[in-house]
Design a protein around this ligand. Structure first.
Ligand SMILES: Nc1ncnc2c1ncn2[C@@H]1O[C@H](COP(=O)(O)OP(=O)(O)OP(=O)(O)O)[C@@H](O)[C@H]1O
Length: 959
């Protein structure tokens, strides 16, 4: 299969209308997106949704199949991609009017559980954000900067909090809590722009129940809301710009990864280049269903960005996936662990029950009866220990059982859960539409009802009576007549007591929430708190009444029952009583704590009010002093006080934000320092290499010089020999001498002295001798010529070596220059300030480095001068190698500048590396060597440093 790619258009926004934007892209049918002005430009996808489509339409096509597969054990990922303000968050999270893919998926998951009888499910959720390449746990504010780890199953986030969820409302409450911690800010396109990528993960474990058991299946569903890429049009500064660059960088990596995956070649995929791709590695590499929803705007002003999104989506379309069902070994499964623990505990409970009856003798029963007659107090202490153990076991079983979700369709048809209104406020919205979604899954609507259902299924308790019945006109226990009751009736009473206890617990937790809220709205909360307290008291009173009824009925039955019956009844009553009293104790302890907290909050509140009043009075006094004491001025001063209060509050919030930012900046600073240190080390290593190369070059040059000298000498010798040979030409010279000799009548012999200066007496030569002499000279000449050729060969060799060394030197110099540019860039990114005298050290440094680099390039591309000239130059300036000297000087200069810029700070961040101007919009090259200003980047077809072709200028960002 391949990745499912859908495109969703959003309507033109008011801002776009006001700006006079026109429609540049439009949906052409169900699967095409076409360009308005260039109709030949069109892209095809699995499905294209127009501006009128609802999120439910998108969900049905893009997410429902993935969610369904995840419930059957196949991993799934759904993510929204698009530029800022294109509608990703609207699609993934939605709002009260139109719930997004995430709430719809959660609702769907629970209805699938409901429709799957015979299977048990355990659901866990986690929620994280990737903000500035740092992973934060949104469910646990202390879980910051988490690490990504890898095991045989893929990548995971170490130490992330996972919460078991019991109902849609329960899961949505976690999302709502997480959203409060997500980084959101405004830019000129979006008031509430997501500044981080978020990943909401639902982990599903399931197994068939009973004999059908076939192992546990585990799967993961990732629902991802990416932050939007930001173009140069997004006017951002400071923190926003930094966030934007992180967002763009990770999306660029995602684009590269998708691009490489779509090529289908076995190349290196750079998953590790960003946290986002690292976490999505197993999804993107095809081990599960992937659905990509690309959100776009039709606006002409964003036409280019929309085109980029469409290209990205088109590339993603060709990625293949090989999704298969996961199975996990039982030991690792949490659901199995819980099931095992429940059955062991149940066994223990049974044994305890049996032991209680078996271990009691007749005498003991008699004495028990006596004790009962005297009063139940003594017997209670006799049974206390065993009862406590039992109560503990029971509560543990309840706790564990409530975590496992089962369909209630078959077990209790027609059951209709009762969702308390305040419970629903935990979900994403209070809107009717949204509530109706949750209400559809009533049976699983609230944790308390789920617990009740599960308890009923697994423990055999009778919970069918809805808790609301306890509050209607039938007062609790009113249907039971005073006196002897059947065991069933007593059971029912006990159940009612339990439910009341549950409701008291729920009201107490609501009370706690209200107490927390009371800081913001003390007056309103106070009345609600009082009402709730009254409600809790009333329920406690009802519970006590029921307990009294149970005790009385126990006493009455004791009077009538036979010994064995009585014993059994006492046992069961005591058990229930102890359970209740144990629960009650816990609840009342909780209650006490909450009351204390409430008191504390109230006193805090009071103090704060007093402070505010005091401040108001002071302000009034100050303002009345300043202005005339008229009535209207009083009102004005009151308003002024309010305004001041608000200002103080907002100032405090701002302070907090600034503190947070400061901490982040300090962390990043230390990271950059470490990087800086590394680069400095690398630079010094490069320097060493350069100096070694220079020494080698020097040696080579001196050898070349020597050889050249030798060569010149040899050439001179050769020339002399040739001259000599020519002057002693065998034909001319010998004949002449011979004729001269004949004329004189004398025979010439080769003088013995010729060996010394090749001088010979022509008169002494005879033809034989001359021939020999000629032969010898010829041989010598040949030998000299071969020696010369050999010398030339050696000289050539040395020349090559010298050239090689020079090239190496240049390469090293280049590397060194690059490193310094990087160091300068890093420092600038660090947010330093310009020098007070107006010159910017970082910029100067970068300029000089880049100039140096470009100069080197020009030199290297220029034709080489003959080697002899180089040698002569080196001889002329023997003081120090020019390269070494230059390098040293540059190093020194850099160091000084670095120290200066470290001392002064350097604020200049993005400078074009070609024209050295600070442009309003710069381009990050794909090779990441440089950023260029727009005009220079358009003029360059390749990176000035590494010569990589500039194929993509998409990810522009403001300097
Ligand atoms: N399909 C749609 N129908 C109506 N309004 C929409 C639609 N999509 C988006 N919007 C509106 O457009 C605005 C921006 O949308 P949203 O915040 O979802 O964008 P985003 O892509 O998540 O932006 P960022 O990347 O900056 O977070 C919101 O006011 C949202 O309500």
């Amino acid at each position: 299969d391949s990745i499912s790619v859908t495109v969703r258009f959003r309507p033109l926004s008011d801002r776009e209308y006001q700006r006079g934007d026109e429609v540049a892209w439009y949906p052409d049918g169900d699967t095409l997106v076409r360009h308005e002005y260039n109709p030949l430009t069109a892209y095809a996808f699995d499905k294209v949704f127009g501006p009128q489509a609802t999120t439910i339409d998108v969900y049905d096509v893009a997410a429902r199949p993935v969610v369904k597969a995840a419930m059957e054990g196949v991993n799934g990922t759904v993510f929204a991609y698009g530029v800022t303000s294109s509608g990703k968050t609207h699609t993934m999270h939605g709002d009260q009017e139109s719930p997004g893919i995430i709430p719809l998926a959660i609702k769907d998951v629970f209805s699938i559980i409901q429709d799957t009888p015979g299977r048990e499910f355990l659901l866990r959720v986690s929620y994280l954000e990737i903000y500035n390449e740092v992973i934060n746990d949104l469910l646990d504010p202390t879980g910051q900067n988490l690490r990504v780890r890898e095991d045989s199953q893929g990548t995971y986030v170490e130490g992330i909090k996972e919460e078991v969820v019991l109902s849609p409302g329960h899961a949505l409450s976690f999302i709502a809590a997480g959203e409060e911690h997500r980084h959101v800010g405004s830019n000129n396109f979006n008031l509430l722009s997501s500044r981080s990528h978020t990943i909401f993960t639902l982990m599903v474990e399931s197994s068939a129940t009973g004999d059908e058991y076939d192992g546990v299946i585990f799967s993961q569903l990732n629902l991802i809301d990416l932050a939007g890429s930001e173009s140069s049009k997004t006017e951002t500064t400071g923190l926003r710009r930094k966030e934007g660059s992180y967002i763009n960088k990770s999306l660029l990596t995602l684009g590269t990864v998708i691009g490489k995956l779509s090529e289908g070649k076995a190349t290196h995929i750079p998953y590790r280049d960003s946290k986002l791709t690292r976490l999505l590695q197993s999804s993107l590499s095809g081990h599960g269903h992937v659905s990509l929803i690309c959100t776009i705007t039709p606006a002409s002003s964003s036409s280019e960005e929309t085109h980029n999104t469409l290209k990205f989506a088109s590339r993603a379309k060709s990625i293949e996936i090989y999704a298969s069902r996961n199975q996990i070994i039982d030991e690792k499964s949490l659901i199995k662990k819980y099931q095992r623990e429940i059955s062991t505990l149940k066994l223990e409970l049974d044994q305890l029950r049996r032991g209680m009856l078996v271990g009691v003798s007749h005498e003991e029963l008699m004495s028990l009866k006596q004790q009962l007659e005297e009063g139940q107090v003594k017997m209670q202490s006799r049974l206390e220990e065993e009862e406590e153990a039992k109560a503990a076991l029971m509560s543990r079983i309840q706790k564990l059982t409530k975590l496992i979700l089962v369909s209630t369709k078959n077990s209790i048809p027609g059951y209709s859960g009762d969702i308390p209104t305040h419970q629903r406020s935990l979900s994403a919205g209070k809107d009717d539409k949204f509530d109706s979604l949750l209400l559809e899954s009533d049976n699983l609507g609230s944790p308390s009802s789920t617990l009740a259902l599960l308890s009923e299924g697994s423990l055999g308790f009778n919970h069918r009576r809805s808790s609301s019945k306890l509050n209607d006109e039938n007062s609790p226990g009113a249907e039971f007549t005073q006196g002897v009751m059947t065991p069933d009736e007593i059971d029912l009473l006990v159940e009612q007591v339990k439910m009341l206890a549950g409701e008291i617990a729920f009201s107490t937790s609501t009370l706690k929430r209200l107490v927390d809220q009371s800081v913001n709205d003390p007056e309103n909360s106070q009345t609600q708190i009082q009402n709730l307290e009254r409600e809790i008291h009333e329920k406690q009173r009802q519970m006590r009444g029921l307990e009294q009824l149970i005790i009385e009925s126990g006493e009455a039955s004791i009077a009538n029952a036979s010994l064995v019956e009585m014993q059994q009844k006492v046992m069961s009553l005591m058990t229930q009583c102890n359970e209740k009293s144990f629960e009650l104790e816990i609840k009342s302890a909780d209650n006490c704590i909450l009351q204390e907290q409430l008191q504390e909050k109230c006193t805090e509140n009071k103090e704060l009010h007093e402070k505010v009043n005091l401040l108001e009075q002071r302000l009034n006094a100050v303002s009345s002093e300043k202005s005339s004491p008229s009535c209207s001025n009083k009102a004005v001063s009151g308003e002024y006080a309010d305004e001041l209060k608000k200002k103080i509050q907002s100032q405090e919030i701002e302070n907090e934000e600034l503190k947070l930012e400061h901490v982040q900046i300090v962390e990043e600073n230390s990271g950059l320092r470490v990087q800086n240190q590394k680069l400095a080390e690398e630079a010094s290593y490069a320097k060493e290499l350069a100096s070694a190369a220079a020494v080698e070059l020097k040696n080579l040059a001196s050898e070349v010089t020597k050889l050249s000298l030798q060569n010149t000498k040899l050439e001179k010798e050769l020339a002399a020999a040739r001259d000599l040979a020519q002057t002693r030409n065998p034909m001319n010279g010998v004949n002449r001498k011979y004729n001269d000799g004949a004329r004189s009548g004398r025979k010439g012999r080769i003088s013995s002295s010729r060996s010394s200066g090749d001088e010979f007496d022509a008169w002494n030569l005879d033809p034989e001798d001359l021939k020999m002499e000629l032969q010898v000279r010829k041989q010598r000449e040949v030998a000299l010529e071969s020696a010369l050729a050999e010398k030339e060969f050696i000289e050539d060799e040395y020349r090559k070596k010298a050239e090689e060394a020079k090239r190496r030197e240049e390469a090293l110099e280049n590397d060194l220059a690059n490193m310094w540019v990087l160091v300068a860039k890093l420092k600038k990114d660090n947010g330093a300030l310009p020098e007070p005298n107006g010159t910017d050290p970082g910029r100067e440094l970068e300029k000089s480095q880049s100039h140096a680099v470009l100069k080197e390039r020009q030199v290297s591309s220029a034709p080489r001068q003959p080697e002899v000239v180089v040698v002569a130059k080196t001889e002329e300036t023997p003081k120090e190698e020019p390269l070494v000297a230059r390098l040293k000087a540059r190093m020194q200069e850099m160091k000084e500048k670095e120290m200066k810029s470290q001392a002064n700070g350097d604020a200049n961040s993005h400078i074009c590396k070609v024209c050295f101007e600070s442009p309003t919009a710069a381009i990050l090259l794909p090779c990441r060597h440089f950023c260029l200003c727009k005009s220079c980047s358009l003029a360059c077809s390749e990176c000035p440093i590494c010569r990589t072709k500039i194929s993509d200028r998409l990810f522009a960002f403001p300097s």
